[in-house]
Ligand binder design. Structure first.
Ligand code: NAP
Ligand code: G3H
Length: 487
């Protein structure tokens, strides 16, 4: 329970060297629930000195952690996965209250995380180095033998976003740890209570002191200091493209893994199964109010089937449950994380309407709840054609053919994922080959899972590749030891 790491003033502690400690300067940030506006607790607003202490301790702890046998690290991860399952209801409740996610999705986030951690442990056992023979290269000889091993990088800085406060934290922490790194974990401020609860589970599982230390505080205040700290060896970041770009400009001579924003397109060709397409588009665009990097954020449909598709999307959207998940348990569309986000989405809708976009469904706002909104006849002049709403608004851009759809899809600054809906396998491959994105989904909504698949974005959508094996590889380096025989 989160209360176990709070004091009587509802103030959470920080994890440092295996101990939950009170904030030293007495400064806290209060976390309010977007569902009730009530306080859920406070997290330490850490000073530079406290950040230094956390990173220094992580660096020291890594010297021992890297020596721990792989099977022991793996056993610890299995224990974490089991504890997460045992505490899933409590943690899901906190996720729901803190980031306004419906209860079912919050619970499935926690259980998916247990699966991810267990699979990470399984995968780590299969990662081996290699043995190379010198004589395969011209001029080489058999007396030279290379042993290639995977080594940890040191201290990994894991920075997570608000929208998956458990899963996108664990998908950094687990592969980093199993690779022999220690972790300094900086959760999104809105989401930090859920993040600290997750860390408590790692600690309960028996992680040695210093293997994870927490850093809390506003990114805008401590972010630059943390990301430029000389003892950080690797930054694993998920969040907006704006902050990702800032971090990659500031960090010096270290690798980064970045999963950033998106503007995923659903391209619909004339022979698509429109019922399947409409269902996928609606769940892809509106689950958790579109607050997912992989949400479908625009539809590019060929003229021949545009009217029929818009009508089917409208019918599917009318089935969406909209409201506060505390009152409507299975709500698909919930209040956005904060008023700024709702203002931003409302601004996109207003701009589109002013420029001639037709609101087919929605367009209504109550507080931070934006009703699921479908805008037809969107043109390239409208902001909603290009900007990531991170909210429940879906623009439809009508195109004359697949070529025009590909051109508009690739004109985006983002390149996370795209879908193509067609019953013609040749057309599916043709379009997929031309799309400048990390993944293409044929006849399915865009989505990250399954979590062992490679997940990456190009252009402003990211740097490097996530996904269980790929994440472990990203956070380890190859080292060669060369044996030179003399006989
Ligand atoms: P965000 O505002 O960029 O914040 C992400 C994280 O960065 C938070 O922990 C934040 O801390 C921290 N941060 C802020 N300023 C920083 C700085 N100067 N230096 C270091 N860290 C800093 O993103 P968000 O609002 O949480 O998430 C929404 C965005 O993330 C969307 O653009 C979405 O597409 C993207 N996203 C991408 C993926 C993906 O896998 N591609 C997944 C999820 C989300 P504070 O909370 O304290 O500000
Ligand atoms: O928000 C970004 C997440 O990585 C998306 O994951 O496709 O499973 O919702 P998801």
């Amino acid at each position: 329970m989160i209360n176990e790491i709070k004091n009587s003033n509802n103030e959470c502690k920080k994890l440092l060297n295996g101990q939950w400690k009170e904030s030293e300067n007495g400064d806290y940030i209060e976390i309010f629930s977007p569902l009730t506006n009530s306080s859920l607790g406070k997290v330490p607003a850490m000073t530079k000195e406290e950040v230094d202490e956390a990173i220094k301790n992580s660096k020291e702890a890594q010297k021992q952690w890297r020596l721990i046998p792989m099977h022991t690290r793996v056993e610890l991860l299995y224990k974490v996965a089991s504890l997460l399952e045992e505490q899933a209801d409590h943690l899901a409740e906190l996720v729901m209250m803190e980031v306004a996610k419906d209860k079912k999705s919050a619970k499935s986030e926690v259980l998916r995380t247990a699966d991810l951690i267990r699979f990470t442990a399984d995968t780590a056992k299969t990662i081996q180095g290699e043995h190379l023979q010198g004589d395969t290269f011209p001029g080489g000889n058999k007396n030279k033998i290379g042993m290639v091993t995977r080594e940890p990088l040191g201290v990994v800085l894991a920075i997570s976003p608000f929208n998956y406060p458990v899963n996108l934290a664990a998908s950094k922490i687990a592969p980093a740890l199993v690779g022999g790194n220690t972790v300094v974990f900086k959760p999104a401020t809105q989401g930090s209570l859920s993040g600290l609860y997750l860390v408590k589970i790692f600690e309960e599982a028996g992680l040695p002191p210093g293997v994870i230390n927490t850093v809390t505080g506003k990114g805008s205040v401590i972010g630059d200091y943390v990301v430029t700290h000389p003892d950080i060896s690797f930054i694993n970041f998920t969040g907006s493209s704006e902050i990702g770009a800032r971090i990659s400009q500031m960090s010096k001579m270290i690798h980064v893994l970045m999963e950033l924003g998106g503007k995923d397109a659903a391209i619909v060709l004339k022979d698509a199964d429109l019922d399947l397409t409409a269902k996928n588009i609606v769940s892809g665009a509106f689950a958790y109010s579109g607050q997912r990097c992989t949400a479908i954020k625009r539809v590019l449909v060929v003229d021949e089937v545009a009217d029929a598709l818009v009508n089917k999307i409208k019918i599917e959207m009318e089935k969406l449950k909209v409201g506060n998940p505390l009152e409507l348990e299975a709500a698909d569309v919930v209040p956005l994380i904060d008023a700024n986000s709702a203002d931003f989405v409302e601004g996109l809708i207003t701009d589109a309407v002013e420029l001639g976009g037709k609101v087919i469904v929605g367009g209504k706002r109550e507080g931070n709840l934006i009703y699921p909104t479908l805008i037809d006849d969107v043109t390239k002049e409208m902001r909603v054609a290009w900007e990531e709403p991170f909210g429940p608004v879906l623009p439809v851009i009508r195109v004359k053919d697949a070529e025009e759809a590909i051109t508009i899809a690739n004109e985006s600054e983002y390149g996370l994922q795209s879908s193509v809906f067609t019953n013609n396998i040749n057309d599916a491959f043709y379009v997929a080959n031309k799309l400048e994105v990390g993944s293409v989904q044929v006849n399915n909504k865009t989505e990250r899972g399954p979590d062992h698949f490679p997940f990456s974005g190009i252009k402003n959508s990211g740097v490097g590749v996530q996904g269980i094996r790929y994440s472990i590889e990203a956070m380890t380096r190859l080292k060669s030891t060369v044996i030179n025989l003399n006989k």
